[in-house]
Design a protein around this ligand. Structure first.
Ligand code: ASP
Length: 369
Protein backbone atom coordinates (compact mmCIF):
# COMPACT_ATOMS: atom_id res chain seq x y z
CA UNK A 1 0.00 0.00 0.00
CA UNK A 2 2.91 2.29 0.89
CA UNK A 3 4.61 1.66 -2.47
CA UNK A 4 1.40 2.32 -4.30
CA UNK A 5 0.83 5.65 -2.54
CA UNK A 6 4.31 6.79 -3.51
CA UNK A 7 3.72 5.76 -7.09
CA UNK A 8 0.47 7.69 -7.23
CA UNK A 9 2.15 10.79 -5.84
CA UNK A 10 4.88 10.63 -8.45
CA UNK A 11 2.39 9.97 -11.24
CA UNK A 12 0.38 12.98 -10.10
CA UNK A 13 3.34 15.35 -10.29
CA UNK A 14 2.99 16.45 -13.92
CA UNK A 15 -0.70 17.09 -13.27
CA UNK A 16 0.14 19.06 -10.13
CA UNK A 17 2.55 21.25 -12.08
CA UNK A 18 0.03 21.79 -14.85
CA UNK A 19 -2.53 23.02 -12.35
CA UNK A 20 -0.08 25.18 -10.37
CA UNK A 21 -0.18 22.97 -7.29
CA UNK A 22 2.86 22.42 -4.99
CA UNK A 23 5.29 20.21 -6.94
CA UNK A 24 6.73 18.26 -4.00
CA UNK A 25 4.12 16.68 -1.75
CA UNK A 26 5.17 16.08 1.87
CA UNK A 27 7.32 12.97 2.21
CA UNK A 28 8.26 12.73 -1.47
CA UNK A 29 11.79 14.11 -0.96
CA UNK A 30 12.47 11.60 1.84
CA UNK A 31 12.74 8.86 -0.78
CA UNK A 32 16.27 8.22 -2.17
CA UNK A 33 16.49 8.80 -5.92
CA UNK A 34 17.24 5.17 -6.91
CA UNK A 35 14.45 3.83 -4.71
CA UNK A 36 12.07 6.41 -6.11
CA UNK A 37 12.87 5.29 -9.65
CA UNK A 38 12.26 1.61 -8.81
CA UNK A 39 9.09 2.23 -6.84
CA UNK A 40 7.66 4.61 -9.40
CA UNK A 41 7.70 2.01 -12.17
CA UNK A 42 4.24 1.93 -13.56
CA UNK A 43 2.84 -1.55 -14.17
CA UNK A 44 2.47 -2.71 -17.76
CA UNK A 45 -1.07 -3.76 -18.52
CA UNK A 46 -2.40 -5.13 -21.80
CA UNK A 47 -6.06 -4.46 -22.57
CA UNK A 48 -7.60 -7.12 -24.79
CA UNK A 49 -10.88 -5.92 -26.26
CA UNK A 50 -13.61 -8.32 -27.28
CA UNK A 51 -16.61 -6.02 -27.82
CA UNK A 52 -19.80 -5.73 -25.77
CA UNK A 53 -21.59 -2.69 -24.43
CA UNK A 54 -18.40 -1.19 -23.07
CA UNK A 55 -17.54 -0.75 -26.76
CA UNK A 56 -21.12 0.14 -27.66
CA UNK A 57 -22.66 3.31 -29.05
CA UNK A 58 -26.22 4.56 -29.00
CA UNK A 59 -27.95 7.13 -31.20
CA UNK A 60 -28.92 9.30 -28.24
CA UNK A 61 -27.69 9.93 -24.68
CA UNK A 62 -30.97 8.56 -23.34
CA UNK A 63 -30.42 5.18 -25.02
CA UNK A 64 -29.41 3.01 -22.07
CA UNK A 65 -30.87 -0.19 -23.51
CA UNK A 66 -31.24 0.42 -27.27
CA UNK A 67 -27.80 0.74 -28.82
CA UNK A 68 -25.32 -1.20 -30.90
CA UNK A 69 -22.75 -3.18 -28.89
CA UNK A 70 -19.18 -3.86 -30.09
CA UNK A 71 -18.57 -0.71 -32.16
CA UNK A 72 -15.72 1.27 -30.59
CA UNK A 73 -12.17 -0.08 -31.23
CA UNK A 74 -9.76 -0.67 -28.35
CA UNK A 75 -7.52 2.34 -29.05
CA UNK A 76 -10.52 4.66 -28.80
CA UNK A 77 -11.65 2.96 -25.60
CA UNK A 78 -8.26 3.64 -24.04
CA UNK A 79 -8.01 7.19 -25.41
CA UNK A 80 -11.41 8.01 -23.91
CA UNK A 81 -10.04 7.45 -20.39
CA UNK A 82 -6.80 9.49 -20.25
CA UNK A 83 -6.56 8.93 -16.48
CA UNK A 84 -5.46 5.37 -17.28
CA UNK A 85 -1.99 6.66 -18.15
CA UNK A 86 -1.47 7.76 -14.53
CA UNK A 87 -2.15 4.23 -13.33
CA UNK A 88 -0.31 2.01 -15.81
CA UNK A 89 1.44 1.77 -19.14
CA UNK A 90 -1.22 0.27 -21.31
CA UNK A 91 -1.48 -1.03 -24.81
CA UNK A 92 -4.51 -2.49 -26.51
CA UNK A 93 -5.23 -5.54 -28.62
CA UNK A 94 -8.46 -6.14 -30.48
CA UNK A 95 -9.21 -9.85 -30.11
CA UNK A 96 -12.82 -9.72 -31.31
CA UNK A 97 -15.54 -7.14 -31.80
CA UNK A 98 -18.66 -9.08 -30.80
CA UNK A 99 -21.55 -9.18 -28.40
CA UNK A 100 -20.56 -11.67 -25.72
CA UNK A 101 -23.63 -13.81 -26.46
CA UNK A 102 -21.72 -14.78 -29.63
CA UNK A 103 -18.74 -16.25 -27.80
CA UNK A 104 -17.95 -19.83 -28.80
CA UNK A 105 -15.57 -22.38 -27.28
CA UNK A 106 -13.13 -21.63 -30.11
CA UNK A 107 -13.08 -17.93 -29.21
CA UNK A 108 -12.78 -18.69 -25.51
CA UNK A 109 -9.78 -20.94 -26.12
CA UNK A 110 -8.17 -18.41 -28.47
CA UNK A 111 -8.58 -15.67 -25.84
CA UNK A 112 -7.25 -17.79 -22.99
CA UNK A 113 -4.20 -18.85 -25.00
CA UNK A 114 -3.44 -15.20 -25.76
CA UNK A 115 -3.80 -14.22 -22.09
CA UNK A 116 -1.52 -17.09 -21.09
CA UNK A 117 1.12 -16.06 -23.65
CA UNK A 118 1.03 -12.43 -22.57
CA UNK A 119 1.33 -13.21 -18.88
CA UNK A 120 4.43 -15.32 -19.50
CA UNK A 121 6.18 -12.16 -20.68
CA UNK A 122 8.28 -10.36 -18.07
CA UNK A 123 7.17 -7.00 -19.41
CA UNK A 124 3.46 -7.70 -18.80
CA UNK A 125 2.22 -7.28 -15.21
CA UNK A 126 -1.48 -7.82 -15.78
CA UNK A 127 -4.20 -8.19 -18.38
CA UNK A 128 -7.61 -6.56 -18.69
CA UNK A 129 -10.26 -8.05 -20.97
CA UNK A 130 -13.10 -5.77 -22.04
CA UNK A 131 -16.14 -7.92 -22.61
CA UNK A 132 -19.88 -7.90 -23.08
CA UNK A 133 -21.70 -8.50 -19.83
CA UNK A 134 -23.94 -11.36 -21.01
CA UNK A 135 -21.31 -14.11 -20.81
CA UNK A 136 -18.63 -12.16 -18.95
CA UNK A 137 -18.93 -14.46 -15.94
CA UNK A 138 -18.27 -17.49 -18.15
CA UNK A 139 -15.10 -16.09 -19.70
CA UNK A 140 -13.86 -14.97 -16.27
CA UNK A 141 -14.45 -18.44 -14.80
CA UNK A 142 -12.83 -20.17 -17.78
CA UNK A 143 -9.69 -18.02 -17.47
CA UNK A 144 -9.70 -18.72 -13.71
CA UNK A 145 -9.65 -22.46 -14.44
CA UNK A 146 -7.07 -22.65 -17.22
CA UNK A 147 -4.58 -19.75 -17.23
CA UNK A 148 -1.53 -20.78 -15.20
CA UNK A 149 -0.46 -17.40 -13.90
CA UNK A 150 -0.77 -15.55 -10.63
CA UNK A 151 -0.60 -12.18 -12.37
CA UNK A 152 -3.86 -10.24 -12.24
CA UNK A 153 -6.44 -10.95 -14.94
CA UNK A 154 -9.43 -8.62 -14.85
CA UNK A 155 -12.55 -8.96 -16.99
CA UNK A 156 -14.61 -5.80 -17.31
CA UNK A 157 -17.73 -4.63 -19.07
CA UNK A 158 -20.35 -1.96 -18.72
CA UNK A 159 -24.11 -1.94 -18.66
CA UNK A 160 -24.43 1.33 -20.56
CA UNK A 161 -22.72 2.39 -23.77
CA UNK A 162 -20.27 5.29 -23.60
CA UNK A 163 -22.79 7.54 -25.36
CA UNK A 164 -25.34 7.12 -22.58
CA UNK A 165 -26.11 9.44 -19.68
CA UNK A 166 -24.33 8.04 -16.58
CA UNK A 167 -22.29 5.65 -18.69
CA UNK A 168 -20.39 3.25 -16.44
CA UNK A 169 -17.67 2.00 -18.82
CA UNK A 170 -14.97 4.64 -18.31
CA UNK A 171 -14.66 4.23 -14.54
CA UNK A 172 -15.02 0.47 -14.80
CA UNK A 173 -12.13 0.40 -17.27
CA UNK A 174 -9.96 2.66 -15.13
CA UNK A 175 -10.68 0.49 -12.09
CA UNK A 176 -9.95 -2.67 -14.05
CA UNK A 177 -6.52 -1.32 -15.08
CA UNK A 178 -5.88 -0.29 -11.47
CA UNK A 179 -6.63 -3.80 -10.25
CA UNK A 180 -4.65 -5.43 -13.09
CA UNK A 181 -1.62 -3.34 -12.14
CA UNK A 182 -1.93 -3.79 -8.40
CA UNK A 183 0.34 -6.07 -6.38
CA UNK A 184 -2.56 -6.82 -4.03
CA UNK A 185 -4.45 -8.54 -6.87
CA UNK A 186 -1.65 -11.05 -7.51
CA UNK A 187 -2.82 -14.60 -6.79
CA UNK A 188 -6.43 -13.59 -6.13
CA UNK A 189 -7.77 -15.34 -9.24
CA UNK A 190 -9.51 -13.77 -12.19
CA UNK A 191 -11.54 -10.79 -11.05
CA UNK A 192 -14.44 -8.80 -12.43
CA UNK A 193 -14.20 -5.11 -11.59
CA UNK A 194 -17.45 -3.26 -12.08
CA UNK A 195 -19.40 -0.69 -10.07
CA UNK A 196 -16.42 -0.15 -7.68
CA UNK A 197 -16.48 -3.79 -6.57
CA UNK A 198 -13.81 -6.40 -7.15
CA UNK A 199 -15.65 -9.69 -7.60
CA UNK A 200 -14.28 -13.17 -8.02
CA UNK A 201 -14.72 -14.34 -11.62
CA UNK A 202 -15.53 -17.76 -10.19
CA UNK A 203 -18.40 -16.55 -8.03
CA UNK A 204 -19.86 -13.60 -9.86
CA UNK A 205 -22.99 -13.70 -11.98
CA UNK A 206 -25.06 -11.18 -13.92
CA UNK A 207 -28.26 -10.68 -11.99
CA UNK A 208 -30.17 -8.01 -13.90
CA UNK A 209 -30.12 -6.90 -17.52
CA UNK A 210 -30.97 -3.20 -17.29
CA UNK A 211 -29.44 -1.28 -14.39
CA UNK A 212 -25.67 -0.71 -13.95
CA UNK A 213 -25.25 -2.59 -10.67
CA UNK A 214 -25.77 -5.91 -12.40
CA UNK A 215 -23.08 -8.22 -11.01
CA UNK A 216 -23.44 -10.15 -7.79
CA UNK A 217 -21.57 -12.89 -5.92
CA UNK A 218 -23.54 -14.90 -3.41
CA UNK A 219 -20.38 -15.22 -1.27
CA UNK A 220 -19.72 -11.48 -1.43
CA UNK A 221 -17.20 -9.41 -3.37
CA UNK A 222 -13.46 -9.83 -2.79
CA UNK A 223 -13.07 -6.12 -2.23
CA UNK A 224 -13.40 -2.69 -3.73
CA UNK A 225 -11.43 -0.27 -5.87
CA UNK A 226 -11.91 3.34 -4.92
CA UNK A 227 -10.07 6.39 -6.26
CA UNK A 228 -7.15 4.40 -7.60
CA UNK A 229 -6.64 2.10 -4.62
CA UNK A 230 -7.59 -1.53 -4.18
CA UNK A 231 -9.05 -2.84 -0.94
CA UNK A 232 -9.24 -6.62 -0.56
CA UNK A 233 -11.25 -8.22 2.25
CA UNK A 234 -11.36 -11.91 1.38
CA UNK A 235 -9.76 -14.46 -0.92
CA UNK A 236 -11.15 -17.19 -3.13
CA UNK A 237 -11.16 -20.55 -1.33
CA UNK A 238 -11.38 -22.62 -4.52
CA UNK A 239 -8.53 -23.84 -6.76
CA UNK A 240 -7.71 -21.46 -9.57
CA UNK A 241 -4.93 -20.44 -11.97
CA UNK A 242 -1.58 -21.74 -10.68
CA UNK A 243 -3.29 -24.10 -8.22
CA UNK A 244 -5.52 -25.46 -11.00
CA UNK A 245 -4.80 -28.84 -12.61
CA UNK A 246 -5.94 -27.48 -15.98
CA UNK A 247 -3.74 -25.60 -18.40
CA UNK A 248 -4.86 -23.79 -21.53
CA UNK A 249 -1.54 -24.63 -23.16
CA UNK A 250 -2.75 -28.27 -23.18
CA UNK A 251 -6.31 -27.55 -24.36
CA UNK A 252 -7.17 -27.09 -28.04
CA UNK A 253 -10.86 -27.92 -27.99
CA UNK A 254 -13.64 -28.57 -25.48
CA UNK A 255 -16.16 -31.41 -25.50
CA UNK A 256 -19.78 -30.43 -26.00
CA UNK A 257 -21.81 -29.97 -22.84
CA UNK A 258 -25.51 -29.11 -22.96
CA UNK A 259 -27.83 -27.45 -20.48
CA UNK A 260 -31.49 -28.37 -20.05
CA UNK A 261 -33.47 -25.80 -18.11
CA UNK A 262 -35.87 -27.17 -15.51
CA UNK A 263 -39.53 -26.25 -15.12
CA UNK A 264 -42.86 -27.93 -14.68
CA UNK A 265 -44.07 -30.07 -17.59
CA UNK A 266 -40.72 -30.63 -19.30
CA UNK A 267 -40.15 -32.22 -22.72
CA UNK A 268 -38.11 -35.41 -22.11
CA UNK A 269 -37.02 -35.67 -25.76
CA UNK A 270 -34.86 -32.56 -25.30
CA UNK A 271 -32.34 -34.70 -23.38
CA UNK A 272 -32.18 -37.17 -26.29
CA UNK A 273 -31.56 -34.31 -28.70
CA UNK A 274 -28.59 -33.17 -26.59
CA UNK A 275 -27.12 -36.69 -26.66
CA UNK A 276 -27.70 -37.03 -30.41
CA UNK A 277 -25.96 -33.69 -30.94
CA UNK A 278 -22.87 -35.11 -29.26
CA UNK A 279 -23.11 -33.79 -25.71
CA UNK A 280 -20.64 -35.60 -23.45
CA UNK A 281 -22.42 -34.22 -20.39
CA UNK A 282 -25.77 -32.59 -19.72
CA UNK A 283 -26.27 -29.99 -17.03
CA UNK A 284 -29.73 -30.51 -15.60
CA UNK A 285 -30.61 -26.99 -14.42
CA UNK A 286 -33.24 -28.37 -12.09
CA UNK A 287 -35.81 -26.63 -9.98
CA UNK A 288 -35.05 -26.12 -6.27
CA UNK A 289 -32.21 -28.38 -5.14
CA UNK A 290 -31.54 -29.57 -8.69
CA UNK A 291 -34.71 -31.66 -8.52
CA UNK A 292 -35.59 -34.14 -11.28
CA UNK A 293 -39.26 -34.72 -12.14
CA UNK A 294 -40.50 -38.27 -11.53
CA UNK A 295 -41.25 -38.74 -15.25
CA UNK A 296 -37.61 -37.80 -16.11
CA UNK A 297 -35.69 -39.98 -13.66
CA UNK A 298 -35.58 -43.12 -15.83
CA UNK A 299 -34.61 -41.08 -18.88
CA UNK A 300 -31.64 -39.50 -17.06
CA UNK A 301 -30.62 -42.85 -15.51
CA UNK A 302 -30.66 -44.39 -18.97
CA UNK A 303 -28.65 -41.57 -20.51
CA UNK A 304 -25.96 -41.75 -17.82
CA UNK A 305 -25.83 -45.57 -18.03
CA UNK A 306 -25.02 -45.15 -21.73
CA UNK A 307 -22.10 -42.83 -20.95
CA UNK A 308 -23.34 -39.23 -21.05
CA UNK A 309 -22.62 -37.58 -17.71
CA UNK A 310 -25.60 -36.13 -15.86
CA UNK A 311 -24.76 -33.12 -13.68
CA UNK A 312 -27.44 -31.76 -11.39
CA UNK A 313 -27.32 -27.99 -11.08
CA UNK A 314 -30.17 -25.62 -10.25
CA UNK A 315 -32.03 -22.77 -11.85
CA UNK A 316 -32.16 -21.13 -8.39
CA UNK A 317 -29.55 -18.37 -8.42
CA UNK A 318 -28.09 -18.92 -4.92
CA UNK A 319 -27.45 -21.71 -2.46
CA UNK A 320 -26.05 -25.00 -3.72
CA UNK A 321 -27.13 -28.44 -4.82
CA UNK A 322 -26.69 -31.00 -2.06
CA UNK A 323 -25.37 -34.37 -3.20
CA UNK A 324 -27.71 -37.32 -2.55
CA UNK A 325 -30.51 -35.01 -1.44
CA UNK A 326 -33.53 -35.00 -3.77
CA UNK A 327 -31.91 -37.79 -5.82
CA UNK A 328 -29.54 -40.70 -4.93
CA UNK A 329 -26.57 -39.40 -6.95
CA UNK A 330 -24.21 -42.11 -5.66
CA UNK A 331 -26.60 -44.83 -6.83
CA UNK A 332 -27.20 -43.32 -10.27
CA UNK A 333 -23.62 -42.17 -10.90
CA UNK A 334 -24.66 -38.55 -11.23
CA UNK A 335 -22.59 -35.50 -10.35
CA UNK A 336 -23.74 -32.32 -8.57
CA UNK A 337 -22.50 -28.88 -9.56
CA UNK A 338 -22.42 -27.70 -5.94
CA UNK A 339 -22.78 -23.87 -5.98
CA UNK A 340 -21.90 -23.38 -9.65
CA UNK A 341 -24.78 -22.07 -11.74
CA UNK A 342 -25.63 -24.05 -14.89
CA UNK A 343 -23.48 -21.95 -17.25
CA UNK A 344 -20.43 -22.20 -14.99
CA UNK A 345 -21.08 -25.90 -14.36
CA UNK A 346 -21.11 -26.37 -18.13
CA UNK A 347 -17.65 -24.80 -18.45
CA UNK A 348 -16.13 -26.74 -15.56
CA UNK A 349 -17.59 -29.96 -16.95
CA UNK A 350 -16.13 -29.26 -20.39
CA UNK A 351 -12.70 -28.44 -18.96
CA UNK A 352 -12.76 -31.46 -16.61
CA UNK A 353 -13.84 -33.79 -19.42
CA UNK A 354 -10.62 -32.97 -21.28
CA UNK A 355 -8.94 -35.05 -18.54
CA UNK A 356 -11.47 -37.56 -17.20
CA UNK A 357 -14.97 -38.90 -17.61
CA UNK A 358 -14.93 -40.81 -14.33
CA UNK A 359 -17.89 -39.54 -12.33
CA UNK A 360 -16.08 -39.76 -8.97
CA UNK A 361 -13.22 -37.70 -10.36
CA UNK A 362 -15.67 -35.25 -11.89
CA UNK A 363 -17.40 -34.86 -8.52
CA UNK A 364 -14.03 -34.23 -6.84
CA UNK A 365 -13.37 -31.51 -9.40
CA UNK A 366 -16.77 -29.93 -8.71
CA UNK A 367 -15.97 -29.83 -4.99
CA UNK A 368 -12.54 -28.31 -5.52
CA UNK A 369 -13.09 -25.57 -8.15
N1 ASP B 1 -25.32 -8.18 -25.24
C1 ASP B 1 -24.20 -7.40 -24.74
C2 ASP B 1 -22.99 -8.32 -24.63
O1 ASP B 1 -22.96 -9.16 -23.79
C3 ASP B 1 -24.58 -6.79 -23.45
C4 ASP B 1 -23.48 -6.09 -22.70
O2 ASP B 1 -22.35 -6.01 -23.05
O3 ASP B 1 -23.81 -5.56 -21.63
O4 ASP B 1 -22.10 -8.17 -25.41
Amino acid sequence: MQLRRRFLLSAALPLALAFGLPAAPLGAKEMPESQATTEARKPNVVIIATGGTIAGAGADATNSASYVAAKVPVDKLIAAVPQISTVANVRGEQAFQIGSESFTDEKLIQLAKRVSTLLKQDDVDGVVITHGTDTLEETAFFLDLVVKSDKPIVVVGSMRPSTSLSADGALNLLDAVTVAGSKEAIGKGVTVTMGDYIQSGRDVTKRTNVVPNAFFSQWGPLGMVVEGKTYFYRTLAKRHNTSSEFDIDQIDSLPLVGIVYGSGNMIPAVYDTEVQAGAKAIIHAGTGNGSVADYLVDKLKDISAKGTIIIRSARVPDGFVVRNAEQPDDKYGWVVSHDLNPQKAKLLAAVALTKTSDTKELQRIFWEY
